[in-house]
Design a protein around this ligand. Sequence first.
Ligand code: HEM
Length: 419
Amino acid sequence: MTAIPRDRELDGSLSLLRNGGYTFISRRCARNGSDVFETRLLGQRVVCMTGSEAAEVFYKPDRMTRQGALPPTALMLLQDKGSVHLLDGKPHRRRKEMFLSLMTPEGMKRLGERFEELWRARIGRWERERRVTLFYEARELLCRAVCSWAGVPLAGPEARKRTREFGAMIEGAGSVGPRNWAGMLLRARTERWARELIEEVRSGELMVPEGSAAEVIATHRDTEEEPLTTEAAAVELLNVLRPTVAVDRYIVFCALALYRYPESRRKLRESEDYSELFVQEVRRFYPFFPMIGGRVRAGEGFTWRGHRFEAGDWVLLDMYGTNLDGRFWGEDARTFRPERFREWDGSPNSFIPQGGGDHRSGHRCPGEWITIDLMKRATLLLNDAMEYNVPPQDLSIDLSRMPAIPKSRFEISNVRRAG
Ligand code: HEM
């Protein structure tokens, strides 16, 4: 039984690659007059859906697995053999608990403070440079901060090297061809490094603080008997480090929003809670993850909008389009307006830049609070700790490039320490 529209394209892969994944689902939903439609990608049948109701259906606990669910381009960033993302049911919850145990208020504060300290120290160097590219600077500061927080030593030139590797993995995640190959190549090197680190922690050769990510992951047990394999532990350590470095993108979007909507600068100074509204709006408004894939798990078949989803069916949920859905966010959904978050009901499936549903029982990103905190700190540093000019440059965001970023990567000049 199929009551849903079938998209007129025979296979959408080329459109997805050419025009970008960000609008792939929402455009076709609009064209077909439906929140759900069927098409083919890479020769496979796939059901695509958009909106908060679709997200609720997708994020019902235990319904979808991420195994075999990657769209052809976007989500390599998350996919690692042996990682939490590919686990289901009880084993997933147990492993997820390990990530969530790192997200205590004190733990997150330590990371934020380290990041802030490194940023403030870097302003002096920026003052001496003609132009500074915020994207690459933020990336390195995040890499240094998260490694130090996680108990991972970075000696001398290593910080630059790791920053470059994490950067390449993130950039390569959404592409095919050379950008992707570069990411894969460097990733093999980074995985080797992470495996050595885990071994050194386990042998006692490297002493790391109790409760740090390196210690927690190296000693974690999924079952009573066995610790994680070295490979799995290395992958999970990278699953903390790499996505934290990926907050560089959001920091650039924060800087862009400060520049495009200068009234935000005054509001940030006038009201303490405005930074929260501001970064939430940045996460809603700017493109990061276009979509997320799942496959219906065995025994979890269901019917939605007249369509029967059987075990094994491939489903793609529109994240970017759901965040901009006018039915939920109102007529001005495509306007940057942080104040809207004063009235937001906090519902878990209407605002899904880092996944929907529940953090504990589902695959929703465990790094969401860290991300918000680092974005807030970066926004306030840009607004209060320094002054700078934004020289002429190409700040356009090409939605056919995944992951998206302003073309110039946000350059600033004439940096001065404020106050
Ligand atoms: C999962 C986005 C930052 C660690 C995810 C998912 C998305 C996402 C879309 C998948 C949700 C799903 O499968 O349903 C982002 C974005 C970030 C970010 C846009 C901003 C840069 C972080 C940070 C961490 C992190 C800072 C550090 C702990 C993870 C892990 C998973 C995940 C371990 C897998 C969770 C699971 O499968 O249960 N993230 N993330 N992410 N993220 Fe993030």
